[in-house]
Ligand binder design. Structure first.
Ligand SMILES: NC(=O)c1ccc[n+]([C@@H]2O[C@H](COP(=O)([O-])OP(=O)(O)OC[C@H]3O[C@@H](n4cnc5c(N)ncnc54)[C@H](O)[C@@H]3O)[C@@H](O)[C@H]2O)c1
Length: 274
């Protein structure tokens, strides 16, 4: 997929971020900074990624990051530049599930604030500070055989959700924050195209990670069977399905794609109403 540069992955200690880190290493990335609030988990990811890396110059580091803290994001982006020099790809997967599954008249303000802090403040800080860093980077030709395809200063991929597009009952703090994540990505994409930076938002449906398993535990009505009823491809999404889409959106193969809500949902959108 022409993945040869340096990647910054948030939430790389688990689920989708972990799968993205390992896929980047397999696909030929040169460097990866795996950032997570759980440093031990991020360190485990770099050990697994290093074991499968194919680039002879591959190097990976783990770092503690709290995406809700501007200072923490600033320090982590500075560390990325200090260690790797250039940020070719940013895949922002840090996220949190909910601790309750309730209709809007019983939903908790604290839960909304927590979801907004991690998803909205986090996506804002990551997109803003990574865009600033990418803007000052050298322009690299996307495809030397076809110079008319232009150049790149980097690609940012953020994790939205089907909940960025559709209403998901009983998850209002999550749907509110994921709608905002898509809005950040679309606005950043409009502004950044001129700087040769692309910004896209992946919108997976129910992905089999620790986050989904926790949601299934707290909900009496939601079961794997009830979820499968809305998915034409009759299985849950896997972290590998999302990682493949993330690598495509990072790679020059997608150099004319920006500002999209990219569904990885087994066709679930066909069964949903906006
Ligand atoms: N699992 C799903 O069904 C699903 C579906 C659509 C979208 N998503 C989104 O994909 C992303 C990844 O989810 P996942 O399923 O891999 O979850 P996960 O719980 O497996 O992984 C999330 C990672 O983010 C880290 N994290 C949490 N808070 C953080 C913070 N403040 N700063 C830095 N790191 C933090 C966690 O430590 C964890 O390693 C999230 O944005 C999630 O909303 C998940």
């Amino acid at each position: 997929m022409d993945i040869t540069g340096n990647a910054f992955v948030t939430g790389g200690g688990s689920g989708i971020g972990k799968a993205c880190s390992i896929a980047l290493a397999k696909e030929g990335a040169k460097g990866i900074l795996v950032a997570d609030i759980n440093l031990k988990a991020a360190e485990e990811t770099i050990a697994e990624a290093t074991a499968v890396a194919t680039n002879p110059d591959f190097r990976a580091e783990a770092i503690h990051l709290d995406v809700t803290s501007e200072e923490s994001v600033k320090q982590t982006v500075a560390k990325m530049i200090e260690s790797f020099g250039r940020i070719d790809y940013c895949i922002h997967c840090a996220g949190t599930g909910l601790s309750s599954y309730r209709p809007v008249d019983e939903a908790s303000l604290d839960e909304l604030k927590r979801s907004l802090a991690v998803h909205v403040h986090g996506t804002f800080l990551i997109t803003s500070l990574i865009s600033a860093a990418m803007k000052s980077q050298e322009l690299v030709t996307v495809d030397s055989a076809h110079p008319e395809r232009g150049g790149t200063r980097g690609s940012i991929v953020v994790l939205g959700s089907s909940a960025s597009i559709f209403a998901i009952p009983h998850l209002v703090p999550y749907t509110a924050s994921k709608h905002a994540v898509l809005a950040i990505a679309k606005t950043a994409a409009m502004e950044s195209g001129v700087h040769n930076i692309r910004v896209n938002c992946i919108c997976p449906n129910w992905t089999d990670t620790p986050m989904l398993r926790h949601t299934l535990e707290i909900s009496e009505e939601m079961t794997v069977e009830s979820l499968l009823a809305t998915i034409p491809i009759k299985r849950l999404c896997t972290a590998h399905d999302v990682a493949d889409a993330a690598l495509f959106l990072c790679s020059p193969r997608s150099c004319y794609i920006t500002g999209v809500a990219y569904p990885v949902d087994g066709g679930m959108a066909l069964t949903m109403k906006t």
